[in-house]
Design a protein around this ligand. Structure first.
Ligand SMILES: [Zn+2]
Length: 317
């Protein structure tokens, strides 16, 4: 699932192609990807409107069209990108915004969990997840004190707390694992059990990991592409996520994968010591899955312009 760095990268790549453009026509090919209001009203309200800004909160993209706000959430596999109208349509294409410069803003979604809410000035119909978002982790609002307050009293594993969007916005499975490794905190530790210095460390690590990932334009783990159809470069920088069985970059102990908070969770059993009384059964590594071949390559694959565009296969080659 795209997390904060991926959604931010989509925002940045769409911005120059979308802001200032008027929507001439909207095609809704899959009505259930429009969550609010109904698809007919959605189309009627948007046709003729002009994009004035693109913002982001957590994993939500926020397209301003004057007073109206078009909210997009990509969920598991949503993909928003601008393309020429001549590009063949995928079978997962659900919504097309025809722009006044002849280009198309397209929404593809293989798993169909993502979609749109269109809000008026009263913001009626706002998705509860957006209304209840916690602080933006790269903003001044997110302080060590704010994180400490969010973790206080929680008996859930700290990993589950970090995935809770009401506590801090935008973290998902990849960057929660990376931040906990950076902070040397076991993911199954009870959230409330963290000492003050651990909370300060975790706060710094969340910001550091997310900042690096935004700079690298996100992680392409399976389906994620930015608004121009390109992959992110963060995958090769990940320290523990999807690195099961590989040596820890700090101490060379093999990285372990377990289930915490119903999610596959990667950590170093030496750098991130287990809390007392917690025994976690490791998951077996599945070699050859997803990006493994890229990691063992002696040199990174050459990137020719256009070679990694929209026509690229979905799996990493
Ligand atoms: Zn280690």
């Amino acid at each position: 699932m795209p997390e904060l760095p991926e959604v931010e990268t989509v925002r940045r790549t769409l911005y120059p192609r979308v802001v200032g453009r008027r929507i001439e026509r909207v095609e809704v090919l899959t009505r259930r990807q429009i969550y609010y209001p109904d698809a007919d009203t959605f189309v009627a309200e948007l046709e003729g409107a002009t994009f004035t800004d693109i913002g982001r909160r957590g994993k939500y993209l926020l397209f301003s069209l004057g007073p109206a706000l078009l909210v997009a959430h990509l969920r598991m596999s949503g993909h928003l990108y601008v393309t020429e109208p001549g590009r063949p349509r995928t079978k997962h294409l659900h919504v097309v915004f025809h722009l006044d410069d002849g280009m198309e803003l397209r929404y593809d979604d293989q798993r169909k969990f993502g979609g749109f809410h269109l809000l008026g000035p009263d913001r009626q119909g706002i998705p509860p997840g957006l209304a209840n978002l916690g602080p933006e982790p790269l903003s001044d609002e997110f302080t060590p004190e704010a994180l400490a307050a969010g973790l206080a009293g929680r008996r859930t594993p700290v990993k589950a707390a970090l995935l809770n969007q009401a506590l801090v916005a935008g973290l998902g499975n990849i960057y929660a694992d990376e931040a906990l490794f950076c902070a040397r905190i076991h993911p199954a530790r009870q959230a409330a059990s963290l000492a003050p210095d651990e909370v300060v460390r975790l706060h710094g690590c969340i910001r550091r990991v997310l900042t690096a990932a935004v700079e690298k334009r996100g992680t392409t783990f399976s389906l994620y592409r930015d608004g121009e159809g390109n992959e992110g470069d963060m995958y090769d920088e990940l320290q523990v996520f999807d690195r099961t069985g590989q040596p820890c970059p700090i101490c060379a102990t093999p990285i372990v994968k377990v289930v915490v908070a119903q999610r596959g969770t990667h950590f170093c059993p030496r750098c991130q010591p287990a809390p007392e009384g917690v025994a976690l059964k490791p998951r077996r590594a599945r070699p050859g899955r997803r990006g493994n071949s890229v990691r063992v390559a002696a040199e990174p694959p050459e990137r020719k312009p256009g070679a990694r565009g929209l026509g690229a296969p979905l799996a990493r080659s």
